[in-house]
Write a protein of this length. Structure first.
Length: 255
């Protein structure tokens, strides 16, 4: 994706960098200013997320599994003079980061690539200071269950909700399907009890939840916007770290 110049791997534009908070915080969850805040952009390489938060005055650390994605962050930081730390690791193993190190953790859609969110949430809880924010976006379970071709009754359910195995890829990679499923990626469905319950059990309280709107009236059948009229593809969650357990829990080390 990085080599191909995928839209998800493109740095923010000049216009976006001139108003970074309005781009990344349309819901107003960050309180109007993040200047001086320690921000972790988790599984968020590619040069976009990190540059926007750095432009807003945050001290940015970006974590990603892909070295090619992190190279884009390095390039943007060098070009614009941003101070930025990068770490290549899985979202399940943040042992290279300190306990209670971050004021804010930003986590775009990516938990679908791991079999379980439990170790991810445990590590995020460890590195987030008490009172800190964890803002994450996930694929809705129903979106991974449903098909991509509309019938007379809408978009049918194709896959079981209770499952441990990855969700099969689309039979045909249509334009709509390609926006919802990355070709060649192995993806897992996480139930609501995994997402919401898992956050609560990890030491967070849920303060807000939104479903980003992608539906459009009179959209062409089988298009991304048409499917989103029936099935919301994503959910964004605002959670706050409670207690002081983050400072006491040892780092998780995955062999």
């Amino acid at each position: 994706m990085a080599d191909a110049g995928n839209p998800l791997c493109r740095p923010a534009t000049e216009e976006e960098l001139s108003r970074p908070l309005s781009v990344v915080d349309q819901a107003g969850w960050l309180g109007g200013s993040i200047a001086g805040k320690r921000v972790l952009c988790l599984a968020a390489g590619g040069g976009r997320q990190s540059s926007l938060y750095a432009a807003a005055g945050a001290e940015v650390t970006v974590v990603d599994l892909s070295g090619a994605m992190l190279e884009l962050d390095r390039q943007v930081a060098a070009q614009r003079g941003y101070r930025m730390r990068v770490l290549q690791t899985t979202m399940e193993d943040l042992s290279g980061l300190n306990n209670a190190e971050f004021d804010i953790v930003i986590h775009p859609v990516s938990t679908c690539y791991v079999p379980s969110v439990t170790p991810v949430f445990a590590e995020v809880a460890r590195v987030t200071r008490p009172g800190g924010l964890y803002i994450s976006q996930h694929k809705q379970p129903i979106s991974l269950q449903a098909g991509y071709q509309r019938s007379a009754d809408g978009y049918p359910i194709r896959h079981a909700y209770y499952r441990d195995a990855p969700v099969p890829p689309p039979a045909v990679m249509s334009p709509s399907a390609s926006r919802l499923r990355e070709q060649g990626a192995v993806e897992f469905l996480h139930r609501w009890e995994d997402l919401i319950g898992g956050l609560c059990r990890s030491g967070f309280v849920i303060e807000d939840l939104i479903e980003p709107l992608h539906a459009k009236a009179n959209a062409v059948a089988n298009s991304f916007a048409d499917r989103a009229t029936y099935i919301p593809p994503y959910v964004r969650i605002k959670a706050r770290r409670i207690g002081d357990a983050a400072a006491e829990r040892p780092a998780i080390v995955i062999a």
